[in-house]
Design a protein around this ligand. Structure first.
Ligand SMILES: Nc1ncnc2c1ncn2[C@@H]1O[C@H](COP(=O)(O)OP(=O)(O)OP(=O)(O)O)[C@@H](O)[C@H]1O
Length: 617
């Protein structure tokens, strides 16, 4: 269980500093990205920050010269007036410069935001392409990716800007210190001393805030999820039918209240400290003010010195406060960056071939597939999803996989496509262990329709053509695939046929029925005309009986000399296969043709009769 936030203050100082230190390790990596995003803008930002940092002290100093000049002129200093006006002119110039620097900084920041955001988004997407299925099915990795995506546009820039702001305020403070030392060395000491409590308080509160947000991350996701359930189109039917609104909204409210109370407690602590420290810094300021005013009155320093002192001390306090605030914000930004870097560093490459050069069985004709004592456990799971599976598929053979939900059918397909590796045993393709092949080589030999096939919010031609991206523009091939998948009648009924935009996400998108979408998915699989193996995972789940019959006739013809693997719960489909493997708890319980398995009168025969009776009664 996570400790409550209030306990954070009991953390030993050393541990707290270590926490902070580990977060600021993100800075070099972030700056590297920042540099990569745009070296020119980075240099410009650095230069502008430096100029902006020294300008305030220069302006304050010229202010002093003006006041001293005025006082001297009033005392009858001959010819001092033009001098004073000259200094006013200089201050005007400096102020103009300062405004220009601030505007240019804002512009540079905006340009960098776009560049840096784009660079990061691209890195995140590139990494997503390298990740394997196991990563997507692991909630931890998935969370990391979603978090990285969510804040890539703001956090890295914010971290860099806060670091620059600290640098700028530090330079400004140093220039102020130089000015103050000449005036009253001990007031520099007072400025620093009066700031120490504020520094400690800010560090404590920022750490508490940071811990609050990081502990809260999983609950924050829960909050997002609840929001999602209530606002997504595909949830609305169930939400309405089951009357889920009040329940989900209630949970949302409870979570929000918890967040609100934590935020309020933190805000109150912040305010308490703020008031106390405000009084302290005001006291320090007026203490020094009294001293300096006294010295000015007794003629120890000039009026200009006093004015300089006042503005520098005040602005020095503000610069110090600025540094503290930046440190506070950096905690959170650094947390994000550590999550982002953790995501970018997720080890991948499990898919690279074990041997070089990779092996590649002959292409253009089906190769035998052999599963030898294959067992598989999902990462982090105790139970075996597959156990001791032995299967041989010769070219031209059709295999049907049957078994109850969770028997391991889809898992077997994932292993064949090397989306996972067997925990034990081997899978051979054309006599070659598939771990010795390039995955792209292996996968390009398969055409597949998955149970959870994708409904691309693209046009019809693309929905089919994506099955073989090299032929995305080949309308002839797309039309052939549509014919084979039984999708042609659906397409001719659409307003712009192959150019009809599909799905409800974009304007003019045409929504299809589940069965119509599935026909497009089947057509997509048939785009791979040279596929050596065809896999249809529950291909007929959504299509009607007539379409199913037609699909299987075409499928039989098309699959003639290829290997075909069909997963289905419909025995009318299953019985057409040469071989039927009955999976039960991850094991092949029965294997043989329909006739052989019926004669055996085991699980298959039992399930077949059960379904047949359902149709007859
Ligand atoms: N990503 C995953 N992580 C962990 N366990 C999983 C994962 N996917 C499936 N499983 C488990 O592996 C076992 C086999 O699942 P699989 O999806 O292969 O079943 P199936 O036979 O295809 O079922 P269905 O007929 O419902 O599609 C099940 O016990 C399931 O809970």
């Amino acid at each position: 269980m996570r400790p409550p936030v209030s306990e954070s203050s009991s953390l030993p100082l050393k541990a707290r500093l270590k926490n902070v230190g580990s977060l600021f390790k993100q800075l070099p990596g972030t700056f590297h990205l920042f540099w990569r995003a745009s070296p020119g803008l980075a240099v410009l930002l650095g230069g502008l920050t430096l100029v902006g940092a020294v300008l305030p002290a220069a302006i304050a100093y010229v202010g002093k010269l003006i006041v001293d000049g005025v006082v001297a002129a009033q005392k009858g200093g001959e010819g001092l007036q033009p001098q004073v006006l000259k200094w006013v002119g200089v201050e005007f110039g400096l102020m103009l410069g300062s405004t220009l620097v601030d505007r240019s900084l804002a512009l540079t920041r905006e340009l960098l935001r776009a560049n840096l955001g784009n660079l990061l988004n691209e890195r995140i997407l590139q990494k997503a392409l390298q990740l394997e299925l196991r990563h997507f099915e692991d909630s931890d990795t998935y969370d990391k990716m979603q978090n990285a995506r969510r804040e890539a546009n703001s956090r890295p820039l914010s971290l860099v800007m806060q670091a620059f702001s600290i640098a700028r305020n530090t330079v400004t403070l140093s220039t102020y210190a130089v000015l103050l030392v000449s005036l009253s060395p001990w007031s520099v000491g007072v400025l620093v001393l009066a700031s120490i409590p504020a520094f400690i308080a800010e560090a404590r509160l920022a750490a508490a805030g940071f811990r609050l947000y990081s502990w809260r991350a999983p609950e924050g996701r829960k909050l997002n999820y609840l929001e999602w359930v209530l606002t997504r189109d595909n949830h609305v039917k169930e939400v309405k039918l089951f009357g889920l609104g009040p329940l989900v909204l209630g949970r949302y409210r409870t979570l929000f209240q918890k967040f609100f109370q934590e935020d309020r407690a933190l805000a109150l602590r912040r305010m308490g400290w703020g008031v106390g420290l405000g009084v302290l810094s005001l006291g320090a300021f007026y203490g020094c003010y009294a001293f300096v005013a006294g010295r000015a009155a007794s003629g120890g320093i000039t009026v200009g010195d006093m004015v300089l002192y006042l503005s520098v001390f005040r602005q020095g306090q503000a610069a110090f406060q600025g540094i503290l605030t930046s440190i506070g914000s950096m905690y959170e930004d650094a947390l994000f960056m550590s999550n982002l870097f953790a995501y970018l560093d997720i080890p991948t490459g499990a898919e690279v071939p074990r041997v070089l050069p990779a092996k590649s069985p002959p292409r253009g004709r089906a190769n035998a597939i052999e599963l030898k004592d294959v067992s598989f456990r999902y990462p982090g799971k105790e139970a075996w999803a597959l156990r001791g599976v032995n299967l041989t598929l010769r070219p031209g053979q059709k295999l049907a996989l049957v078994g109850e939900n969770g028997a391991g059918k889809s898992t077997l397909v994932k292993l064949l496509l090397r989306l996972y590796e067997p925990t034990e045993g081997r899978i051979l393709y054309g006599g070659v262990d598939i771990r010795d092949m390039e995955v792209e080589d292996l996968r390009s030999r398969f055409g597949a329709v998955f149970q959870d096939f994708v409904r691309y919010q693209f046009n019809v031609a693309e929905n089919i053509g994506l099955g073989h991206v090299q032929a995305l523009e080949d309308r002839g091939r797309i039309a052939r695939a549509a014919d084979l998948g039984g999708a042609s009648p659906v397409i001719s009924a659409l307003p712009q046929q192959y150019d009809t935009m599909l799905g409800g996400w974009f304007e003019k998108g045409q929504e299809l029925s589940a069965g119509q979408w599935q026909k497009l998915a089947v057509a997509r699989a048939f785009m791979r005309e040279d596929a050596e193996v065809l896999i249809l995972d529950e291909p007929t789940a959504s299509i009607d009986a007539e379409a199913e019959h037609a699909l299987f006739e075409r499928f039989q013809a098309l699959a003639a000399d290829r290997i075909a693997i069909v997963i289905s719960h419909r025995f009318s489909t299953v019985r057409m296969a040469d071989q039927i493997a009955v999976l039960h708890n991850g094991q092949v319980e029965e294997l043989g043709s329909h006739d052989a398995l019926m004669a055996k009168d085991g699980r298959y025969a039992h399930l077949f009769h059960l379904q047949a009776r359902g149709y007859r009664d």
